[in-house]
Write a new protein. Structure first.
Length: 64
């Protein structure tokens, strides 16, 4: 399990790369700042779901 799939590693204000729902097939990464953590469980195999400050929602794939 990589670090982006563990909720404790994700904090509000962190610069992350997420995959939006519409980009799941291509795997395109969207970069942004975490505004809110949406996943309640302590880990998730596909990445923790977050909302960025620009309002976009996706699963964290990279932490910068």
């Amino acid at each position: 399990m990589n670090s982006s799939s563990i909720r404790a590693n994700i904090k509000e204000g962190l610069n992350v790369g997420i995959v939006l729902k519409k980009d799941q097939r291509s795997g395109k990464i969207t970069q942004g700042i975490v505004k809110r953590i949406l996943t309640n469980s302590s880990n998730h195999q596909h990445g923790i779901k977050v909302q960025l400050t620009n309002g976009q929602i996706g699963r964290v794939k990279e932490i910068y």
